[in-house]
Design a protein. Structure first.
Length: 331
């Protein structure tokens, strides 16, 4: 795995010849270091590190699901003096023993974006309400179809991940499925859902998943995707057989590339989240812990906004211009 160091600006002594105090060390571990979502998260951490006089260590897994790489990153950061570690866990359960070991050594651990299982395995969670993100696009899709029967394909993350479950189930709840809420375990399925497939949040795998779904049911008219790369893959599969104009795609993330796809109509609507804000808040919390010993705790909702190509009656949304101005926390 890649493991590298990013050093924030040095804290200088107030008077000439003064010895500067040691910078607090904060670590950021993302699922990967290539996904634009995590690139933006790292950018937020770097900006906040400079503002707060923090030395930032960064690391990442090789790919979604790489728990071993994240365990190694935690161990390396603890050895490097980190007293706060921010992590987007690849495996919400398997990472817990490594987190416990670090916490036992006095390290504050904050999960970003994705909760651990149990959520209480970390000191705090700074994240989008992923169930709400799903609800928003489900409500939008229901209103946009205006009573037309739905044949739905869901391009999910991978089995068992809490973010994938929350977004999927939120979408179905927003679409009107009864008996589904944020506590529903596992991926729910309704009669409207004619195909469920794993995309791993990847464009290529999303395209393959969509191709497989279309082979099973060519009459699909609504596609939910875990994120916008998967949505781009779904669109590519639809376009290859000339069905891109007859199928609505909704998604979650609100990245700049994804919002451009909303602007062009490739994606009908997406729920925008703010990874730059998540990481910036996490680094600031690490600086405060080093200063005062006060730990962050509990769940902090970092916000979500529905960005739509066209507004629909009864569902509050913002247009793509707003989405581009604010994509992933640019403001």
């Amino acid at each position: 795995m890649k493991f590298h160091y990013c050093i924030a600006a040095a804290v200088l002594g107030a008077a000439a010849g003064a010895v500067s105090a040691a910078e607090p060390v904060v670590g950021l571990i993302t699922k990967t270091d290539t996904n634009p979502f995590f690139v933006k998260m790292k950018e937020g951490a770097q900006q906040s590190a400079k503002t707060n006089g923090v030395k930032l260590l960064t690391g990442a897994g090789k790919a979604d699901g790489d728990n071993a790489g994240q365990v190694t990153a935690i161990e390396n950061m603890v050895a490097g003096g980190a007293k706060t570690i921010l992590i987007t866990p690849n495996d919400s359960k398997a990472i817990v023993p490594a987190i416990k070991k670090a916490r036992d050594q006095g390290v504050m651990i904050i999960a970003l974006d994705s909760p651990t299982e149990p959520q209480e395995a970390v000191d705090a969670l700074f994240a989008t309400d992923n169930f709400k993100a799903g609800v928003l696009i489900g409500q939008y899709a229901k209103a946009a179809l205006a009573g037309k029967p739905a044949k739905i394909a869901t391009l999910d993350l991978f089995p068992g991940h809490p973010v994938g479950i929350a977004r999927h189930n939120g979408f179905l709840a927003g679409f009107g499925a009864p008996g589904i809420d944020a506590r529903t375990a596992g991926l729910a399925r309704t009669a409207d859902v004619v195909c469920m497939a794993d995309s791993f949040g990847d464009q290529g795998k999303g395209q393959t998943a969509m191709e497989n779904c279309l082979q099973k049911n060519p009459d699909i008219n609504l596609v939910y995707t875990i994120n916008e790369p998967a949505a781009a893959g779904a669109y590519k599969a639809l376009k290859a057989i000339g069905k891109e104009k007859g199928v609505m795609i909704v998604s979650v993330d609100g990245g700049c590339a994804g919002v451009k796809d909303v602007q062009s109509g490739i994606i009908a609507a997406t729920s925008q989240q703010y990874p730059l804000k998540m990481a910036a808040m996490g680094v600031a919390a690490g600086a405060e812990y080093a200063k005062s010993g006060k730990k962050a705790s509990g769940y902090v909702d970092t916000g979500v906004t529905l960005i739509a190509h066209q507004a629909v009656s009864g569902v509050s949304s913002k247009d793509a211009k707003v989405g581009l101005d604010e994509c992933w926390g640019n403001k």
